[in-house]
Design a protein. Structure first.
Length: 57
């Protein structure tokens, strides 16, 4: 598994609360939910390569 990097995030309290509720509904942590949402948005926009196309840069 690739190494993960920590990144501080400033987020509106109302947005964080909504993400927390969504994460709870999906049995994820807030961090995992944010990562999931980012990955899905990137995939839908064609900005994230599928796992089989990754390169070792």
């Amino acid at each position: 598994m690739a190494e993960k990097k920590a990144y501080p995030l400033r987020i509106n309290p109302q947005v964080l609360e909504a993400v927390q509720r969504w994460a709870d509904d999906e049995l994820r942590s807030v961090n995992a939910q944010i990562e999931y949402l980012l990955r899905e948005a990137l995939r839908k926009q064609g900005r994230l390569k599928p796992p089989d196309e990754k390169t070792n840069d």
